[in-house]
Structures are given as C-alpha cells and as structure tokens.
Design a protein around this ligand. Sequence first.
Ligand code: ADP
Ligand code: MG
Length: 242
Amino acid sequence: MSIVEFKNVTKRFGDNTVLDGISLQIDTGEVVVVVGPSGSGKSTLLRCINALETIQGGDIIVNGLSVRSKPAQVRLLRREAGMVFQQFNLFPQLTALENVMFGPLHTRGTSRAQAREQARALLARVGLAERENHYPGQLSGGQQQRVAIARALAIKPKLMLFDEPTSALDPELRHEVLKVMQDVAETGMTMVVVTHEMEFARKVGSRLLFMDGGRIAADGNPGQLLSQPPSQRLKDFLRHVA
Ligand code: ADP
Ligand code: MG
C-alpha cells in the first residue's frame, strides 16, 4: 500500500525548475533515504509531501489526500507527517515537556493531562526523561534534536520526514540522534530521511534515492547502490560525502 505517491510532479521557483516531473511511490513501512548534491531538490521534495510548498504540475497523494485539495483537507494531510529539521526548531520559551505537548494540545485537542502523560512517555523513549523541565537552551544539540523527534512523534503521524537531522550537530552527538531514528524505524514507521549519513542509509534504509537536478537519478536498495553505483554521477557524489 503506497502512503505517498508523486505523480509527475513539477515544482518551480520562478523559472527555476526544482522538481522536474517526479514520479514516486512510497509504501507503508519503507525507510527511504534521500541523498544528492546541494540544490538538487531534496528539501523541496520533503516540503512538498506536507504541502509546505505548492506544486505547479502533477499531484501528490498522502494517505489518500491530495496536496492540491481544499485547505481543510490540507490541514488533515499535514497531520499525517511529522517533520524534523536540521535546525531543531524547538520553541525556546517552552520546556522539553511543553514542546512535546504542544502539537497534541493545539492541533489534536488532547487534554492537558493526557498530553503530559504521552509527552513523558515519548521523552523517555528518546532517552530524555530526566530533562523534561529543561529549556532548549539548556540542552545539547543532540538532546534538542531528540526532543524535536519526540515532538514530531507526539502528533501520532503516519510518516516521519527528516531533513538533514544530524547536519548541524558535532560528530560525537550525531550517533545519539541516529540511534533514536533507528529505534523509530524499527517500530515500522514510514520514514523519508534526507541525510549524508551513509552508514545509516546502509544499515537502516530500505531504499535509497539519489536526486540530481530535480530528478530521481537512482532508486534502489541502499547496499547495492552504495557498493555498485550505477552511474558516474552517483559514484562521484559518494566519493564526495564519504
Ligand atoms: P537541497 O535540499 O537538495 O539542497 P533544495 O530543495 O533546498 O535543495 O533547493 C533546490 C533548489 O530550489 C535550489 O536551486 C534552491 O536555490 C531553490 N529554492 C529552494 N527554496 C527556495 C525558495 N523558497 N525560493 C526560491 N528558490 C528556492
Ligand atoms: Mg536541503
């Protein structure tokens, strides 16, 4: 069952074509790792999935809802996907616990008591039970990103989108975030992950997409694509990130 379907999608910024006729089906439970040079359209691809960008051609269907449908339906569609950004984007004036409670309280109408209970469970799951009353500024980058993952999970999404979640972190903090992402993958969550962490791609990814110039230039099994890149472009790219 495909949970995300791109049908010949074109996205332009002015006369810059950033997604150039993308067709793609993502099935429930897949962990799709997206790689590619800077500017190839990876972030835009992710942002189109939860309708943060409008598209100029084609259609994207997320769990049966079109990104081109009416605003009320687009709001429903946005709730299907939890998003984690490179820059954490936590609310600085809220504690870790309040950050995780925010979505359920304000978009799901969950009661305060229930939101708190769920948020505590999620913080425990990302290894931060002891930090619930800390503000983002009192947490390391790796801890902040784990709070951001808990916050995204709190809306009970059907899929999780990650845009270079470890790129802003010092190398020694990346592992704790990748570990949490692996744990989430092991629950069967559908994930689309833009990252340059090739070990994660190989170990956790079920599928690898190589984007180049707004197109999907390679799509396949991570182990296979990484050990035997089918094109010189991918070979050159991999040499770059390795
Ligand atoms: P990647 O994530 O692979 O580095 P992006 O999806 O961020 O690539 O960007 C793809 C292209 O779209 C780039 O040429 C970038 O300059 C352009 N772009 C992205 N966002 C915007 C925007 N909001 N306005 C104009 N151009 C944009
Ligand atoms: Mg990007």
